[in-house]
Design a protein around this ligand. Structure first.
Ligand code: SF4
Ligand code: SF4
Length: 357
């Protein structure tokens, strides 16, 4: 990877802060239209027929500024969800008991003023609640009681740890982040997380470079062995996630001259089985301002739901249904369908034999 940006693309006034510029860069990289490839494999159009996960991105504010961040999040971002929008999320959950899971993401979602409200309300409604946590946030003085709060509400923690080696994690997330991550994992373990006793702690691996993740099951074994032997840390599952060619990872591969090669890799590794399991089929993504998207990646590219589906929480509450709906796609979608596939819950076609580099 490379030295870490201290500011978001937006704060640096970088051209790729614009979603339109990102999509144009992918088009220039020579990848075919995603829908054409889907059609060739009899998979077009992509459609969602259920909402198994309501994924709410409460904003772009984060205490870190990772090199690969697909959100362009960081300490300089100010977008945060309001109570009015959070109330609409809660109303949606109340009206739709068939949505089993609330998945809260960001930025560092815990820094959003609505985070604890959303978690408490969804948990009181009996929903499974997932916190996408960057770990270091648990060490902030303002968040001293966060682990206890998560434990009290039986929140599932899904935490980013790109590598079980300090060099890999720090290269992507900043100097000293690996050590902080270990401290945070120890806090979670001490609270009972990751010990198979109902407090779920999952880790997320993504490659430290422009290649596909390795086999999820093998990596999980490696992570479990290394973290336990070297650091006494335990966890439940490892999810592997492909680096999406958008935002700051796109900046990195463009600047290092790897954009064409990376897109060729994603396209050549297209896997129809992975396409059957892409998360937009079962997720609905909500932006900090209440706009609806088929997934968090579309959210960052400002590609809201379309094809007649409601585009805001308010419209959805009025219409009362958002499925079935046709998914909005573009070339970045090759990041979800390469190799074993990539979703917020990891690989979907484990064991796929495809080129990684
Ligand atoms: S990758 Fe996660 S922790 Fe890193 S800057 Fe983005 S939102 Fe924050
Ligand atoms: S990027 Fe989003 S819309 Fe595209 S395949 Fe992945 S989950 Fe679906």
């Amino acid at each position: 990877m490379r030295s870490l940006p201290v500011l978001s693309l937006q704060a640096r006034g970088h051209e790729l802060a614009s979603p339109a510029a990102q999509r144009a860069a992918l088009a220039r990289a020579g990848a075919p239209a995603f829908e054409e490839v889907l059609a060739r494999h009899g998979r077009a159009p992509l459609e969602a027929h259920a909402i198994e996960v309501l994924q709410v991105n409460v904003g772009k504010l984060c205490n870190q500024a990772c090199a690969h961040c697909h959100v362009d999040a960081g300490p300089d971002r100010r977008e945060v969800m309001t109570r009015e929008t959070a109330d609409q999320v809660v109303e949606l959950l109340q009206r739709h008991p068939e949505i089993p899971t609330l998945d809260v993401t960001g930025g560092a979602p815990e820094l959003n003023p609505q985070f604890r409200y959303l978690v408490a309300e969804a948990s009181a409604l009996g929903r499974r609640v997932v916190d996408r946590c960057n770990l270091s946030v648990l060490l902030l003085p303002s968040q001293r009681d966060l682990v206890g709060f998560l434990k009290d509400h039986r929140v599932e923690v899904t935490a980013s740890l790109p590598s079980f080696r300090a060099s890999g994690t720090d290269a992507q997330r900043g100097d000293g982040v690996f050590a902080k991550s270990l401290d945070a994992l120890r806090l979670l373990n001490e609270a009972g997380y990751g010990r198979g006793e109902g407090l779920v702690l999952n880790l997320v691996h993504n490659p430290v470079g422009s290649f596909l993740p390795g086999d999820q099951a093998s990596l999980e074994r490696d992570y479990k062995r290394e973290l336990q032997l070297r650091h006494g840390i335990v966890f439940d599952r490892l999810y592997t996630i492909t680096n999406m060619p958008i935002s700051r990872f796109l900046e990195h591969i463009e600047r290092s001259g790897n954009l064409h090669r990376y897109m060729e890799l994603l396209v050549s590794a297209f896997n129809p089985v992975a396409a059957d399991g892409v998360m937009c089929r079962t997720y609905l993504s909500v932006g900090w301002d209440g706009t609806l998207y088929d997934c968090d990646f579309n959210q960052m590219l400002e590609m809201p739901t379309n094809h007649g589906a409601p585009r805001t929480l308010g419209a959805l509450l009025a219409a009362d249904t958002v499925v079935p709906r046709q998914v909005v796609t573009d070339r970045h979608c090759f990041g979800c369908t390469a190799g074993a596939g990539s979703t917020c819950a990891g690989a979907v076609a484990e064991g796929a034999r495809t080129p990684r580099r």
